[in-house]
Design a protein around this ligand. Structure first.
Ligand code: ZN
Length: 309
């Protein structure tokens, strides 16, 4: 498919919220991109096959890091989802001009800012779609906004609290903090990067979100993808919170031990990884999330604790 910033939009020009869906802010995460592409096509034909289909508000689908998507790499020079630092963005723009991601950030931010300015009268939701290198998990990462939590809780996937607040420079954190409750931010992780079902799960997540915020009446549309989320989440905690994030730097030679998957229970002291200083032991009892099995990335793994099963 052709890689372009504006993947498309859909509206029936009825009053309602603005849902901005973002995919490919990491260039090796194609499932969200394919999901949005398919979803836009589904929305176009839905009124033909389902005359009672009514859409309130507007959905806008954007892509993040275009050069990285073309190269199928997480990023080219710098992680685009770690550059949204308020001190940089609100004051002086000090991101080095040489980075490929600097231009990507400016272009993406220009479009989102304009949409927010033009749609200030509506409820605005920014939904960011991702996938993980490890298997075994889908989950949502809400902000601490009540509306973000409300939307996350309807997605039939574990809700992980505290990760967004624990990460500097993400797009979702930037917009939810800058606009407070006027812009609701939420991340959905759809599964492993190359699992074909990750595409379906991302579609289901966006449809659920459209239902929760009132773009569509879920009773009037068939959502067979939903069952995928329910099945995949079986046995996983409903709500969990972040206990620990293992950040890594280039040159740390971080190497995750093989075989960890999302939500795998771990014990304090367990050998999780190796780096240039030696073995890395689990800091807490809990469940592992997003163990890193790719070269690029600043987070080795996260440890979460279930708070509701
Ligand atoms: Zn990602």
């Amino acid at each position: 498919m052709h890689i372009k910033r504006f993947l498309g939009s859909y509206t029936q020009n009825k009053p309602g919220p603005l849902l901005i869906c973002l995919a490919g802010i990491h260039g090796n995460e194609w499932a969200g991109v394919q999901a949005l592409d398919l979803l836009l096509k589904m929305l176009e034909v839905e009124p033909i096959t389902n005359p009672s289909f009514s859409f309130h508000g507007k959905i806008l689908c954007l892509l993040g890091n275009l050069p990285a998507l073309r190269s199928r790499m997480r990023f080219i020079d710098h992680d685009l989802n770690r550059l949204w630092d308020p001190s940089r963005l609100n004051g002086q723009f000090t991101i080095p001009e040489g980075l490929k991601e600097t231009l990507q950030l400016k272009m993406l931010k220009g479009i989102i800012d304009k949409e927010i300015r033009q749609n200030g009268h509506r409820q605005i939701i920014l939904l960011d779609l991702h996938t993980t290198t490890a298997a075994g998990g889908i989950f949502t990462l809400p902000t601490n906004q009540p509306e973000s939590l409300r939307i996350a809780e309807t997605m039939h996937a574990p809700v992980i609290k505290g990760v967004i607040e624990g990460l500097d420079g993400t797009c979702i954190r930037y917009y939810s903090e800058k606009y407070n409750d006027a812009v609701t931010g939420l991340v959905f992780e759809g599964g492993q990067h190359d699992d074909p079902l990750s595409v379906n799960r991302c579609i289901a997540a966006v449809i659920n979100c459209m239902g929760t915020i009132g773009c569509v009446d879920l009773a009037h549309i068939e959502n067979r993808h939903n069952q995928l989320l329910v099945e995949y989440s079986r046995g996983l905690p409903k709500v969990a919170r972040l206990l620990y994030r293992h950040s890594i730097l280039p040159g740390d030679q971080f190497q995750m031990k093989n075989g960890y998957k999302n939500f795998q229970p771990i014990s304090q002291g367990e050998e999780l990884a190796e780096d240039k200083l030696g073995l890395v032991h689990a800091q807490f009892d809990g469940m592992i999330l997003m163990p890193l099995y790719q070269d690029q990335g600043e987070d080795g793994y996260f440890i979460v604790e279930p708070i509701q099963n």
